[in-house]
Every structure is written in structure tokens, then in C-alpha cells.
Design a protein around this ligand. Structure first.
Ligand code: GUN
Length: 282
């Protein structure tokens, strides 16, 4: 039987509508207007698309939005100065520096400079540490979106085997932590994993976040599994995930499409993180 499709686009739209209502209610009560600052250095084509979507989503939900498009030649000191200014800006509750920055920028230093209370990407070591320690934290947007998509299936996560393929700081590591907190037994696979298929076949929940088109084929998936495809592989023929959708959807119980699965959820969670930051520190 073909897998049920997890509709991330529809779920993200519901979340965004709920955020819009909450933002309007805050405004009406004379409260804070949540504000997000997005910083883009250079002219990476994919990053420009993402930043434009974030800006539009903010405006549509009634958030205050500031976008800083800086030239490729922007120096490290200049960028850190802007972040310091945004840290001190009362109308800004969330700061996001689009990744990847140009090679001459030290991304770790950039993230370290963002105030942990405004770190709506959840990339600062303070937030990463809080997440690992099970304390309240700003948690990265894509992993939060992935958890919401898994929960939307109605499947119980407790005691299930969750296999995460990919160990990036943006997705793999934090989603593994969230699955662990949800009482899954978590296996994290990566480029040095000896027998990837042997691992993925154990997964009741399989999260593919590598960036390799079609890496996960039908024979690597346990029948009935929940498969979350985080891949965003742009080719001349369009956008593709890490999962061979045609084949795997014949085996899995649930599957996210690309596009229309994880991607829209990332932006919805970014708005939600900004709202949470504004409510906590506005
Ligand atoms: N580039 C791709 N995904 C992300 C993200 O979630 N946050 C930031 N800052 N940059 C990204």
C-alpha cells in the first residue's frame, strides 16, 4: 500500500495562521510586536530565495521584519558590529544570519555574537547546551518542524527506533536530541557509517538530512516506517530530496514530499521562535 503523504505545506499554513492571530492579539493588548532581523551576506542564489521567503512570511503574519542584504565583501568586524546593534535593538527579538556565509566569514564567531535570547536559529552553544540538558531553549527551526511532522502522523515515538542520517549542527544533531527527549532510541548515521542500509532498515522513524539526491532507496526502508526527507537538492530538473520518493512511498507508512514537506515547516517554526522570544524578553 502506498504511504500516506505528510502535508508540510498545509500544516505550516495552519501554524502561520495561529501565529498571525496571536501576534494580532498581542498588538491589540498593547503588547510587543515580535521583530525578526535577517542578515544575508553575499549573493548565494538559494540563500536569496530563502531570505525572501522569510521576509514575506514575517510580513504576512504581522511581525516586524528587517532584512540586511550585505555585499560579499563585507568584513567580519562590520558584520559583528551589525549583530551587536541588533542585540541592543528593542524592536528586534530574533536575529538570523543566513548560512552559509562567504568563506572569509567565521560563522562560529557570528553565532557566538548573537544574544542567546535572540538566537531564533537555536545555533548558539548556550541554546544547544540547554537543548542537550533538557532545559527550555530556542531550538533550531527545521528540527522543530520535523518533530511536528512526525507527531502529526499520530504514531507514538516512545520506544521506537529513530534513525537520523546526517550529523549537521543545523539538522542532524538537534533532531537526534529532540527524538531522544521524545523517548525514541536514536541512531545517528553519517558519511563514515559502515553499513548505512543495515541501520536505516531498523528505523520506525527515518530522518534523511544529508544533501544527496535519492540516497535513501526503497530497499533501505522498513515497511510502514515514517520517513522524513530533509534534502533540498536543486538540479536542472527541479528540487529533489534525499529520498527516492517514487520507490520509498511504496514501502513507507508515511512520507514527506519535496517540495512541500519539511521546507515550509522551517519558516513556520522561525516565526514561532520569534514570537516565543518576544513573549519571553519583549
Ligand atoms: N541555511 C539553510 N538553512 C538555514 C537555517 O535554518 N538557518 C540559517 N541561518 N541559515 C540556513
Amino acid at each position: 500500500m502506498a504511504a500516506q503523504i505528510i502535508d508540510g505545506k498545509a500544516m505550516a499554513a495552519r501554524i502561520r495562521a495561529r501565529i498571525k492571530e496571536e501576534v494580532a492579539a498581542l498588538k491589540q493588548a498593547g503588547g510587543v510586536v515580535p521583530g525578526l532581523a535577517v542578515v544575508l551576506v553575499g549573493d548565494d542564489a538559494a540563500s536569496q530565495i530563502y531570505v525572501r521567503s522569510k521576509e514575506r512570511a514575517c510580513k504576512a503574519a504581522g511581525l516586524h521584519s528587517e532584512v540586511y542584504r550585505l555585499p560579499e565583501s563585507t568584513g567580519q568586524a562590520q558584520l559583528l558590529q551589525l549583530i551587536q546593534r541588533l542585540n541592543d535593538a528593542p524592536q528586534i527579538h530574533g536575529i538570523l544570519v543566513q548560512s552559509p556565509p562567504p568563506a572569509h566569514i567565521d560563522e562560529d564567531a557570528v553565532i557566538r555574537t548573537i544574544s542567546p535570547d535572540k538566537d531564533v536559529d537555536g545555533f548558539h552553544v548556550v541554546n544547544v547546551g540547554r537543548l542537550c540538558a533538557g532545559q527550555p531553549a530556542l531550538v533550531s527551526c527545521t528540527p522543530r518542524g520535523i518533530m511536528a511532522l512526525i507527531r502529526s502522523t499520530g504514531r507514538d515515538i516512545t520506544g521506537k527506533v529513530a534513525v537520523v542520517v546526517g550529523r549537521s549542527n543545523i539538522v542532524g544533531k538537534p533532531v537526534a536530541q529532540l527524538l531522544l527527549q521524545a523517548n525514541a532510541t536514536v541512531i545517528v548515521c553519517h558519511s563514515r557509517t559502515a553499513n548505512l542500509a543495515e541501520m536505516t532498515r531498523q528505523a520506525d522513524i527515518l530522518v534523511a538530512a544529508v544533501g544527496k539526491k535519492g540516497l535513501i532507496s526503497a530497499d533501505m526502508v522498513k515497511p510502514g516506517a515514517v520517513v522524513i526527507d530533509v534534502g533540498m537538492n536543486r538540479t536542472q530538473d527541479g528540487l529533489f530530496g534525499d529520498v527516492d520518493y517514487e520507490g520509498v512511498s511504496q514501502v513507507a507508512g508515511f512520507i514527506t514530499p519535496v517540495p512541500g514537506g519539511v521546507g515550509p515547516m522551517t519558516i513556520a517554526m522561525l516565526l514561532d521562535n520569534t514570537l516565543q522570544a518576544a513573549k519571553a524578553h519583549g
